[in-house]
Design a protein around this ligand. Structure first.
Ligand code: PGA
Length: 255
């Protein structure tokens, strides 16, 4: 593994599954070998207590979002304080669907990250460019802008970056190994410059966007890919293949 970083795979269930299907997915995960990979799954809020009480302990649970504030008069929101109270250790912040459909901007996301970290939670912080940005050659400008306000908060023990090109999310158009490696290396270089070389070498950077059993092996061996954030395939039995690709004994001699 690059820099001795432990591989981490997240399953982002998004706004999917009824309670029976979520329970069936938990049963499937309970039969999966976790090995030396950190595995985190993110069900919808209302399913979290059920998932948490039935899922084996080797798999952690994440919320898909939380508020930028503590508890209070914020109808419809859920605070990091609630996650702490419910013993939910992880939260995903800044997913492109939050940025696009719910207009969460960099400033708001910096507030969310600051607040959640102050409560001791662990965070998967998502960034990534749109198709037009890649075509214009401005991918790194976009990623830097998305990181700028949070880069000083990147504690490698608490934060994982998920690089998810928006054009690859849910489209079946996965980034090529060259695109993923080049961008994730550049993200790490930016973190070295803007935070510190130590943070850059320790922080884990996942790749996300149409990861599947078919493409995970060639991505898992890349030096700057420290695991995956998986959407569609995390709802299917192939999720275990994605986790397997990240086992040090399988994928694993990093290039
Ligand atoms: P996908 O989603 O794997 O379905 O492309 C990834 C994500 O949105 O995190």
């Amino acid at each position: 593994m690059g820099g001795g970083r432990k591989m981490i795979v997240g399953g982002n269930w998004k706004c999917n599954l009824d309670k029976e299907k979520a329970a069936a997915l938990v049963a499937q995960l309970n039969g999966m070998e976790v090995g030396d990979v950190e595995v985190v799954v993110a069900p919808v809020f209302v399913h979290i207590p059920m998932v948490q009480s039935t899922l084996k302990k080797e798999v952690a649970v994440a919320a898909q979002n939380c508020s930028f504030t503590g508890m209070g008069a914020y109808t419809g929101d859920i605070s990091a304080d609630h996650l702490v109270d419910m013993e939910i250790p992880w939260v995903i912040l800044g997913h492109s669907e939050r940025r696009t459909h719910f207009k969460e901007d960099d400033e708001m996301l910096a507030k969310k990250l600051e607040y959640t970290l102050s409560k001791g939670l662990k965070v998967i912080f998502c960034i990534g460019e749109m198709k037009e940005d890649r075509e214009k050659g401005t991918t790194m400008d976009v990623c830097k802008k998305q990181l700028e306000q949070v880069v000083k908060m990147l504690d490698p023990e608490k934060v994982v970056i998920a690089y998810e090109p928006v054009w690859a999310i849910g489209t079946g158009l996965v980034a090529t190994p060259e695109q993923a490696q080049e961008t994730q290396k550049a993200i790490r270089e930016y973190i070295a410059e803007a935070a510190s070389p130590e943070v850059a070498s320790k922080i884990r950077i996942q790749y996300g966007g149409s990861v599947s059993a078919k493409n995970c092996n060639e991505l898992a061996i890349l030096p700057d890919v420290d695991g995956f954030l998986v959407g569609g395939a995390s709802l299917k039995p192939e999720f275990s293949d994605v986790v397997k690709s990240c086992q040090p004994t399988v994928g694993a001699e990093k290039l």
